[in-house]
Design a protein around this ligand. Structure first.
Ligand SMILES: Cc1ncc(COP(=O)(O)OP(=O)(O)O)c(N)n1
Ligand SMILES: Cc1ncsc1CCOP(=O)(O)O
Ligand SMILES: [Mg+2]
Length: 502
C-alpha cells in the first residue's frame, strides 16, 4: 500500500517540539506521508513563545491550492491558526474538499501555548465556532480549550459531557476531550469521546513528566494518520493515545524548559494503550457509566495455542471433525429460535464431552448454560445484551469476537477465555460491517495481546493462506468454508490439522 497522505495545517515551531514539526514527526512515525500548510511562523523555544507571525493570506491559500490539485489528503489535521480570518477562509476550502473527496478533518484548537502565552488573535475562537466546527469531523480540546469554546467548565463528568455536547451542537461531528488537565480524575488521565451516538472513556495512568511539549499536536496528528490508514476512529483514538504515552515515557529535556514528546514509532507495548472504562469499576461509577458488569475472570483455557478451530453448522460436521482429531470447534447456527436449536445444542455439548474437546456454542448462551457447555462464543453486540455474569458464574469459557484495537482493549476488560480477531480476509460466509484486517494488522494485534489471551484468527482463511496466518504467531485459526466447501473435506481436515498444529 502506498503511504496515505496526511496534511497538517498548523504553525511552525522553531523549537521543533510542537506544531508542524511535531505533526510531521508523528505522521512519518506512523507510516503516513505528511504535507504541510504553514499558517504562522512562531519563534519559540522550550521556555517561551516570543513571536507569532501569520503567513500572508496568499501564501496560506496557495499552499492549500497546490496540495489540493495533486496531493489530496485522506485526513487533515488542523492546529494553530493565528486568527479568525484564516479560520473562516480555511472553512470555505474545507467545505469544498469535503464535497470533492471527503478527507477526515481533525481540529486541535490551539489557542494558548503550554507555556501560558496566547498564540492567536481573540477573534479566532468565535470564527472556529461559527465557521470551522461545521467542517470538522473531530475536535480535540483540552480542558482550557473546551471551556473557552463552550463556556462550560469541565469540572465533573457531567460537565465534560455537556461541554462536548455544546461543541457538537455548534457543528463538530465528534469531540475528544483530552484529560491531561482534568485534575478531578486523580492519578488517571482520562479522555472522553462522543459522537452523539456513543461515548467512550479512555484511561491511562497519569505520567509524571515535565517534558510534554507538543502532546496535543502529536495526539491529533496520530489520530489523523491512523484514520488515513483506514483505521476506524475508535482504533485511531486508542492508537494515538498509546503513541503519546510512549512518547511521554521517552521524552527528554531539550533546552532548559519542557522537552518534546518523543517520536518512537508504532506503539507495541500494551502498557502504553489506554484502558476502556467499563461498567462495574470504581472509575466507571465516578464517571457515571452504568450497565451490566462481570465480577472476575472467565474460566481460563488450558492452553494459549487452541490450534485448528473449525466453525460448523451441524452435529454431523462436529462428529466428522472430532473423529479426525480436531479438539477446538464451534457449533454456529444462525437465526433460529431457542426451541429450534435446543436439541442440537444438547447433542453438541454431549459430543464435546465424549471427545474431551473444547466445544463452543455460538450465540445461544442461555442454552449453553442450561446444558453445561464447555464454552460460548459471543460477538461485540452481545456484550451489551448477554448476561455475561451468568456465563462466568456458570463456569463456561467465553470467546469474544473483536475487529481491531479498540474492541480488543474493550474485550480485555471483560477478561474472557480467548479473543477472536477478524475478519482477516474478505469472507463470503458472513456480512461484515468492518473492513478486512489483513496480515500486517493481525501481526500487530498478536504481538500486543499474545501474552494475555489465547488468540484466534478468523475470516476468509483458505488452506493456502493458513501458513501466512500461522506465521503471525496467532495460536489458533478458525475456518468455515476452507473445510465445509473443500472438495475432499476429510483430506482438508487432515492437511489443515498438520499445517496448524503440525
Ligand atoms: C472463533 C469465532 N470468531 C468469530 C466469530 C464471529 O462471532 P460473531 O461476531 O458473534 O458473529 P456470528 O458468528 O454470531 O455471526 C465466531 N463465530 N467464531
Ligand atoms: C463467523 C465469522 N466471523 C468473522 S468472519 C466469519 C466467517 C468465516 O468464514 P470463512 O472461513 O468461510 O471465511
Ligand atoms: Mg454471534
Amino acid at each position: 500500500m502506498t503511504k496515505p497522505i496526511v496534511w497538517t495545517i498548523a504553525g511552525s515551531d522553531s523549537g521543533g517540539g510542537a506544531g508542524i514539526q511535531a505533526d510531521l514527526h508523528t505522521i512519518q512515525a506512523l507510516g503516513g506521508h505528511g504535507c504541510s500548510v504553514i499558517s504562522a511562523i512562531t519563534a519559540q523555544n522550550s521556555v517561551s513563545v516570543s513571536m507569532v507571525e501569520p503567513v500572508l493570506m496568499q501564501a496560506f491559500t496557495s499552499q492549500l491550492v497546490s496540495l489540493a490539485t495533486d496531493m489530496q489528503a485522506g485526513a487533515i489535521k488542523i492546529g494553530l491558526l493565528p486568527g479568525g480570518l484564516r479560520a473562516e477562509v480555511l472553512a470555505r476550502y474545507l467545505k469544498e474538499y469535503r464535497r470533492q473527496w471527503q478527507p477526515y478533518v481533525v481540529l486541535d484548537p490551539v489557542a494558548i501555548a503550554s507555556t501560558g502565552q496566547a498564540m492567536a488573535e481573540a477573534n479566532l475562537l468565535p470564527a472556529i465556532k461559527q465557521h470551522l466546527l461545521p467542517e470538522v469531523d473531530l475536535i480535540t480540546p483540552n480542558a482550557v480549550e473546551l471551556e473557552a469554546l463552550s463556556g462550560i467548565v469541565p469540572d465533573s463528568p457531567a460537565n465534560v459531557r455537556a461541554g462536548a455536547a455544546a461543541l457538537r451542537e455548534m457543528g463538530a461531528g465528534a469531540v475528544l476531550v483530552k484529560g491531561g488537565h482534568l485534575d478531578w480524575t486523580g492519578d488517571q488521565a482520562i479522555d472522553f469521546y462522543s459522537d452523539g451516538e456513543r461515548e467512550i472513556w479512555l484511561a491511562s495512568p497519569r505520567l509524571e513528566t515535565r517534558h510534554g511539549h507538543g502532546t496535543g499536536c502529536t495526539l491529533s496528528s496520530a489520530i489523523a494518520t491512523a484514520v488515513a490508514q483506514d483505521y476506524p476512529i475508535e482504533d485511531a483514538l486508542v492508537l494515538a493515545k498509546a503513541y503519546v504515552n510512549q512518547g511521554l515515557k521517552g521524552a527528554e529535556a531539550i533546552g532548559a524548559g519542557a522537552g518534546p514528546v518523543a517520536h518512537l514509532g508504532w506503539p507495541t507495548e500494551l502498557a502504553d494503550f489506554p484502558a476502556v472504562v467499563m461498567p462495574g469499576t470504581a472509575l466507571a461509577a465516578q464517571l457515571g457509566i452504568n450497565g451490566p458488569s462481570t465480577r472476575g475472570e472467565f474460566a481460563p483455557m488450558d492452553t494459549l495455542q487452541l490450534g485448528l478451530y473449525p466453525v460448523v453448522t451441524t452435529i454431523a460436521w462436529l462428529e466428522r471433525l472430532l473423529e479426525q482429531g480436531v479438539r477446538t470447534l464451534q457449533l454456529r447456527i444462525k437465526d433460529k429460535t431457542d426451541a429450534e436449536v435446543e436439541e442440537d445444542i444438547q447433542a453438541a455439548v454431549e459430543l464435546g464431552k465424549r471427545y474431551q474437546a473444547r466445544l463452543f456454542i455460538n450465540d445461544y448462551w442461555r442454552l449453553a448454560i442450561k446444558h453445561g457447555a464447555y464454552g460460548v462464543h459471543l460477538g461485540q453486540e452481545d456484550i451489551e445484551v448477554a448476561d455475561l455474569e451468568a456465563i462466568r458464574a456458570a463456569g463456561l469459557k467465553l470467546g469474544l469476537s473483536t475487529h481491531g484495537y479498540y474492541e480488543m482493549l474493550r474485550a480485555r476488560e471483560l477478561k474472557p477465555s480467548y479473543l477472536a480477531l477478524g475478519h482477516i480476509f474478505p469472507t463470503k460466509t458472513k456480512d461484515m460491517p468492518s473492513r478486512p484486517q489483513g496480515l500486517e494488522r493481525l501481526h500487530r494485534y498478536v504481538a500486543l495481546m499474545e501474552a494475555e489471551f489465547p488468540l484466534v484468527a478468523i475470516g476468509g482463511i483458505s488452506k493456502d493462506r493458513v501458513p501466512l496466518v500461522a506465521q503471525t504467531g496467532v495460536g489458533s485459526i478458525a475456518l468455515v468454508t476452507a473445510i465445509t466447501e473443500a472438495p475432499d473435506p476429510d483430506a482438508a481436515i487432515r492437511e489443515l490439522l498438520e499445517l496448524v498444529e503440525g
